[in-house]
Every structure is written in structure tokens, then in C-alpha cells.
Design a protein around this ligand. Sequence first.
Ligand SMILES: CC(C)(COP(=O)(O)OP(=O)(O)OC[C@H]1O[C@@H](n2cnc3c(N)ncnc32)[C@H](O)[C@@H]1OP(=O)(O)O)[C@@H](O)C(=O)NCCC(=O)NCCS
Length: 158
Amino acid sequence: MEPVEKATISDVGQMHRLINYFADKDEMLPRPLSEIYENIRDYFVVGHGDRMVGCAALHVMWSDLAEVKSVAVTEEGQRQGVGSLLVESCLREAAEIGLPTVFCLTYKPAFFERFGFSRIDKMELPRKVWTECYHCPKFPDCGEVALIYSLDLPAAAE
Ligand SMILES: CC(C)(COP(=O)(O)OP(=O)(O)OC[C@H]1O[C@@H](n2cnc3c(N)ncnc32)[C@H](O)[C@@H]1OP(=O)(O)O)[C@@H](O)C(=O)NCCC(=O)NCCS
């Protein structure tokens, strides 16, 4: 299996196709091309360009909070551990940056629970999260489940 790597600009078209393929099937929310370009540094991929098997993003929301989003693996590439590697890369980066809490909004809560994410009431997420929701075509009835994961980080130095 190819390693998890940071996405490059030439990966954006394929990531957009992959995410929106599943969005058309109501398995995740769509992402406009512009948003993927603007947040390209958030994205991890396994395989590049036409050989891309999966992608995922870690988006920083605030001093203590980040979101794992847009986790997508091609149908042929699923159930081989690619999705797990991508989520683990996001969690590792959150730890490296010093972010203690990661959340996700998903239609596949059971997949995330495997990593130790636990379900929370969406209303418990900070208001900043809702800013993105307001722009979503599915707001307010997307039906996504919110989950949160706490990283065991060393205490910050005074
Ligand atoms: C959900 C998704 C990312 C999982 O990717 P994947 O590469 O198949 O995941 P993995 O192979 O790493 O699976 C890890 C484990 O989770 C399990 N799993 C996979 N999809 C699951 C799901 N939808 N629900 C519960 N468990 C799931 C696998 O069986 C595997 O368990 P095992 O190790 O005991 O076999 C992939 O199915 C996908 O891209 N789906 C469409 C887009 C989507 O729904 N994204 C969700 C996040 S927004």
C-alpha cells in the first residue's frame, strides 16, 4: 500500500471527484473545488492523481479544537486499512500541533468509534463550527452525527 502523504495541488481534482462521488450517494457532504484549494494544506492522500485511493483532512478550528473531515476511500480501495491510516495521520498531526480535541461530523459514526471517538450532541460543538454549517446546502437537516476524540497530550509548559 502507498504511504499517507500530504496532498499536492495536482491531487485536488481527484479529491474533489472522490468526495463528491460519495456526496452524490449521500454518504458524506459535498465540498466545492474552491474550498479544497483553499485548504489544500489540511489534506492527506494515499496515492496521487489517478492512482489516488483515499483522502482525509484535518482542519484547525480554534486553540483547542480541530475537525477531521472529508475522509473518503475509493470503493475498490475500501476495507484494506486505508481509511484508518488516513484518520490516524490526522490524529497524529493534531497531537504534533498540540490540539487536544478533534471532532467529526459523519454519517458513519461506527467507523470513527473504532478509533475512540465518542458521540456528542451536535449542539455541544462551538458556534464557530456552525458557521460552516450555515453555508451547507443540507443545513439544518444534514443528519450527520457529531463525535469527539480527546488526545492525551503532555501538559503545556508555563
Ligand atoms: C468510511 C470509509 C472512509 C472507511 O474506509 P476504509 O478504508 O474502508 O476503512 P478501513 O479499511 O481502514 O476500515 C477500518 C475498520 O473499520 C471498519 N469499517 C469500515 N467502514 C465502516 C463503516 N462504514 N462502519 C463501521 N465500520 C467500518 C472496517 O471493517 C475495518 O474493520 P476491521 O479492521 O475489523 O476490518 C470508506 O468506507 C469511505 O470512504 N466511505 C465513503 C465516504 C464516507 O462515508 N466517509 C465517512 C466519513 S465523512
